[in-house]
Each structure stands twice: as C-alpha cells, then as structure tokens.
Design a protein around this ligand. Structure first.
Ligand code: ZN
Ligand code: ZN
Length: 109
C-alpha cells in the first residue's frame, strides 16, 4: 500500500523545480510515492521533466524543512519481456512500485 503522507510544496521550491526542468506546472502538494513505511524520509515526485533519466523529488522527514533533490530513475523493471518499469528513484527502499501488492501506484502524480 502506498504511503499516505502528503506534503505541501513550498513556493520557493516549486519555483526552483520549474527552473531546473521544463515543467510548466508543479503540484501544490505531493504524496509520498513509496510503499507505506513507518520511518525514514518521504519522497514525493515533483516532475520527471528534468534531464533524461532523472526526476525532481521533494524529500521531507516529519515536519522538518522539505528539500528539492534530483535523483536518477530506478532502472529495475518487472521480470518478463514487457516488464513494467518502476516509478521510483535509484536505490530506493524496497519494494519497487510494480512489486507493491496493491498495484495502485501510478507513475503519474
Ligand atoms: Zn512516505
Ligand atoms: Zn524501483
């Protein structure tokens, strides 16, 4: 099941995300894309419109300041010739989005 944490995107970070990418629009709030977890940092996808193979993420922990991070895409696809790609970033905590039992995670935010 997907993590239920949401975080408002600070205006200055939204502006920075637009400047770093070709995105015209950044969501005002993002939901953590990871599978449900009890500890650690949350990661919400801002846009994948940056440099090829990377995406801009909002990283936050509890009520601390959120920060903008550029992360390479996770390259691990589901087994099989037409395996579904993972929506997360490289070296994220397991599971990959296609392993999530609920199958409710979509790569589009
Ligand atoms: Zn989370
Ligand atoms: Zn993955």
């Amino acid at each position: 099941m997907r993590c239920a944490h949401w975080r408002g995107v600070p205006l200055d970070l939204a502006r920075e995300a637009r400047e770093k990418s070709a995105a015209q629009y950044i969501d005002r709030a993002v939901q953590c894309q990871l599978s449900a977890h009890d500890e650690g940092e949350h990661f919400g996808l801002l846009t994948d419109a940056g440099a090829y193979g990377t995406a801009l993420w909002l990283r936050w922990h509890g009520v601390d300041e959120a920060e903008l991070v550029v992360l390479p895409d996770c390259q691990v696809a589901a087994p099989g010739s037409d395996g579904e790609g993972c929506c997360l970033f490289a070296d994220h905590a397991k599971p990959h989005t296609w392993e999530d039992a609920m199958g409710e995670v979509s790569c589009t935010s």
